[in-house]
Design a protein. Structure first.
Length: 372
């Protein structure tokens, strides 16, 4: 009884799906397919997968070849939010730069090639692995902020860009089902990117729900089009070490650091003048005490940062910057549109573009399918 119920569930899920290629099975209908349908009811399904493939095949469903191999190019650019920055120089202790360093814009860019072997475990569930090589970069625009006797002010702007090579591995699965002649595919994958400059691999989870329709042509050709969403979640904590020579143009940064020293000194002079101008009662006011202590702490941190930066910039060949920070996508969701052209049951061409919010991406690739 339980086995019959499972088979019934499988057949019910695939019965209303009208797509093929990498998404799911296709129901053969109409007078022109009557002879083929009769043949399929009596024919042995030739492959091991998917599970329940024989039952589905005998019911008149045309199954995609059970296994595939895809090669895809992926480009992505997204805005990220950085917080809780801690920095150290040349292996020294790290210290917090909250409020002192404020990030105005941070953009991560990646482009590379991935290989994706996959197979249909069930007629409604595709499972795959991911292996990729990519070049990534993070461009950051930030400012050094210091307080004076009245408020916080930006002392100097900093712009830098770090480049990395990444090796990515992971896995995913795509359940599918049909609604009123359309297909729904919910892609989910989990990946880890190994980057030499990071202390541990960067973890990313991607959720990509899509709804689309498949248009069939002659000689097994078809065109699937879809639209949907793309959601990214990454591990927030990141730490690592970078060579100063890869980050800082020496002459430009030394000028910025010198400007920073001047503005920190001026701000400290204003804070001291304000404090010394208070009478004894005012200096005992908890509000004024907190303001004075906060300003002195921030100015001391800014000075410490500038001292460390000055030392490593003047000796870039052997200097490193150690850091830890929290990062997150500025927008977790964006919109995607895509299409896949099936040349025949073995070859497919796919393209997808994502946009809106703070992320843009493009994916294009070739897929080859085979039986086993």
């Amino acid at each position: 009884m339980q086995q019959k119920w499972i088979i019934w569930m499988v057949l019910s899920l695939v019965a209303c799906i009208k797509c093929s290629a990498q998404y799911t099975v296709d129901k053969l209908m109409g007078p022109k397919n009557e002879a083929l349908l009769d043949s399929m009811k009596k024919t042995q399904y030739p492959y091991m997968l998917p599970i329940y493939g024989q039952k589905v095949y005998n019911k008149g469903f045309s199954l995609p070849l059970p296994a595939g191999l895809s090669v895809q190019y992926l480009w992505q650019q997204s805005d990220i939010v950085i917080s809780n920055l801690q920095v150290g120089f040349n292996g020294g202790s790290k210290y917090s730069l909250d409020n002192v360093i404020r990030f105005e814009k941070a953009t991560a860019t990646s482009n590379g090639v991935n290989i994706r072997p996959d197979f249909w475990l069930f007629p409604f569930l595709n499972v795959y692995a991911l292996f990729a090589q990519s070049k990534t970069s993070t461009a950051v625009h930030c400012g050094l902020w210091v307080p004076d006797s009245s408020d916080w002010h930006k002392a100097v702007d900093f712009n830098t860009k770090a480049n990395f090579n990444a090796t990515t591995f992971g896995f995913g699965f795509t359940p599918t089902f049909g609604i009123g002649g359309f297909f729904v595919a919910i892609d989910m994958n989990f990946t880890w990117s190994d980057i030499q400059e990071l202390e541990k691999p960067a973890y990313i989870f991607v959720l990509g729900p899509r709804i689309g329709k498949n248009f069939k042509f002659e000689k097994e050709r078809s065109l699937a089009v879809w639209a949907g969403g793309f959601r990214v979640q990454m591990n927030s904590g990141t730490s690592g070490s970078l060579n100063v020579a890869d980050l800082f143009p020496t002459q430009e940064w030394q000028l910025k650091i010198d400007t920073g020293f001047t503005k920190v000194a001026n701000a400290q002079s204003q804070v001291n003048s304000w404090w010394n101008g208070l009478n004894t009662v005012e200096q005992k006011n908890p509000v004024n005490i907190a303001k004075y202590q906060t300003a002195n702490t921030a100015l001391a941190t800014a000075g410490q940062f500038l001292n460390g930066a000055s030392q490593v910039v003047t000796n870039t060949g052997n200097s490193t910057v150690q850091y830890s920070l929290d990062k997150a996508p500025k927008d977790k969701w964006n919109f995607i549109i895509g299409s896949q052209f099936q040349i025949d049951k073995r070859f497919m061409i796919r393209a997808e573009y994502g946009f809106l919010s703070g992320r843009h991406q493009f994916l294009g690739g070739l897929q080859y399918r085979f039986g086993f």
